[in-house]
Design a protein around this ligand. Sequence first.
Ligand code: ARG
Length: 368
Amino acid sequence: MAAEAEELVRQLASEGHLPPGAVEQRLQEIRDALESMGTYRQSTEELLAGARIAWRNNPQCVGKFYWKALETRDCRDVGAGSADEAALFEALVEHLRLAWNGGKVRLLLSVFAPSGPDRPGPRVWNGQLIRYAGYRQHDGTVVGDPETADLTEAVQRLGWRGKGTEYDALPLVIQRPGREPRWFDLPASAVPEVRITHPDYPWFERLGLRWHAFPTISNQILELGGLHYTLAPFSAWYTCTEIGARNLSDTNRYDKLPVVAQGMGLDTGRDRTLWRDRALLELTAAVLHSYDRAGVSIIDHHFATKQFVRHEEREHKSGRTCPADWSAIVPTTSGSTTPVWQRRYEPTRVRPNFSPHPTPWPDGGAGS
Ligand code: ARG
């Protein structure tokens, strides 16, 4: 841990977050803390600046242009000691409220207590704070989001019962070290959603499609200076393709292209009519239109990738490389029409960073 702490402190100093003269003293403090407690407490500045760099280092994210705008909420003392899961739940609901910000979605990370020398930090079982349940039926089909079918079953084993609709928000399952997990239903006010309508097709609304307003990734560990923050939910706005060209259209997710294509009057009997491609485009256009109309922040994939290229250029000017995974950066539709298509990326892993949690519930399952 000492080596990683030192690496972070030196990096922060080199980026101007710590006066060069203060480095040795800070390193001594950290060494002393490690010796007496087996861990150390990061300063607010280390946490904030470090979290931004962790985002900048993450190879999966096309939105890193905005890394300097990330806001960090310091929740390290929430639910500390003997306080129960309810305190964590309240802080998570508050996170959603702050990130939502009336539709002008904020880039927000809340950081809870890190793992200690002899026990892990708190975590949630949910991959995102807001996600829809997926109920497996006897015939093997799923009502709702198939991505969460394992989590849904795990939560049902804990006694949760959902309504059984296609869009039931899952409860948050909070697990503190050495204790049984507890689930909490989110209040409806914490789950803003957008109903999907189409700018030109009035029938589209009758499909009843919708999605939650913004994503909040909650199954990643923030690894910062040797500390592991096991609960660090990260909210941002959506890119329209994530919803239109993945969540609502993937055949192993909501699989809505056939109904969209039927509405459009396309012949779905033959691949060569390109009904999937046409439906995919109109669905994605509908998502963009609906979020705009509802006043909810969302960006399109052309703008997002242009910003990404600007980000890369800025990084190179600062003498840094830009770790990126091509398959995550290129949008899932119209990839070749965006400026990232022609470029080559290295998904190099550098610290600090975010890393995925292993599946938490017993009996395993594929998870998401
Ligand atoms: N693709 C994920 C979803 O659809 C969200 C991943 C993060 N996306 C983001 N725009 N920050 O829910």
